[in-house]
Design a binder for this molecule. Structure first.
Ligand code: ADP
Ligand code: ADP
Length: 232
């Protein structure tokens, strides 16, 4: 479903260059929950941002659902990105829009009619359990509720892939568990492939099928999660 081939990425600043990724290859099978774990600065964020080209690799290939994103035209890429949802540590909601307005946003960009948007937003609100918060503004929500809105927004255009960039790192342990359970539910019900990054082994243990360990811009090891936690 997702294939990264020999990705390199160097950030150049005034007088120095930082090698964030050096030769990363990764294959995520359809329907899996794939975790990337590693210490701060290892390159996790850069790596996951390469999957939807929020960050453009210097070299390598990014293949999602059989298509090479790096050789696409701008309009093909815009289309491909609709099938790649993303959520973030700090939710990135639009503070001037209600919950409904946030979830509707990608649908508006895709040119969906107002009536269809309303139906779809209601479905998504029920999926994430926030029917009663439809007209709230983000500032009035808890962290877990904000992440539920972000998940609903990421799923609005029916993506095949969901990227999660430290999606539970700003949440307390019980809210973290609830969000991880929701992600697992979404993975099973909607058959969405999930790629997530985390610095916590507990997150990997709770929901991932596979895990890759990244250190210093390189994948050190990749294995099925049951091989690590064979007693669970
Ligand atoms: P992680 O997500 O594992 O903490 P990152 O991918 O954020 O790691 O960062 C990898 C390395 O690249 C770090 O040394 C970081 O400081 C550097 N880096 C990330 N983004 C940029 C940027 N936009 N400009 C310069 N350096 C960056
Ligand atoms: P997170 O770990 O939540 O992704 P970071 O603080 O690592 O947040 O990065 C936030 C933003 O700053 C990202 O867009 C990243 O690319 C950029 N960034 C990270 N490290 C550096 C750096 N050394 N120099 C410039 N930009 C950076």
């Amino acid at each position: 479903m997702i294939e990264l081939k020999d990705i390199t990425k160097t950030f150049r600043q005034k007088n120095k260059s930082i090698s964030a990724l050096s030769g990363v290859s990764l294959k995520v099978e359809r329907g899996r929950i794939f975790g990337i774990i590693g210490p701060s600065g290892a390159g996790k964020s850069t790596l996951i941002r390469c999957v939807n080209l929020l960050e453009k690799p210097d070299t390598g290939e990014v293949i999602v659902d059989g298509q090479n994103l790096l050789t696409m035209s701008a309009s093909q890429l815009a289309d491909a990105r609709r099938h790649i949802g993303m959520i973030f540590q700090h939710f990135n909601l639009l503070s001037s829009r209600t919950v409904h307005g946030n979830i509707a946003f990608p649908l508006e960009l895709a040119g969906v009619s107002a009536a269809d948007i309303d139906t779809r937003v209601n479905e998504l609100l029920s999926l994430v359990g926030l029917e009663d918060k439809k007209n709230n503004y983000p500032a009035s929500l808890s962290g877990g509720q904000k992440q539920r809105v972000a998940i609903a927004r990421a799923l609005a255009t029916n993506p095949k892939v969901l990227l999660c960039d430290e999606a539970t790192s700003a949440l307390d342990p019980s809210t973290t568990n609830a969000i991880l359970n929701l992600l697992k539910d979404i993975n099973r019900k909607l058959q969405i492939t999930i790629l997530l990054i985390t610095h916590e082994m507990e997150v990997v243990r709770t929901i991932c099928d596979d895990v890759a360990l990244i250190s210093d811009g390189k994948i050190a090891e990749q294995l099925p999660v049951h091989a690590i936690f064979s007693n669970t």
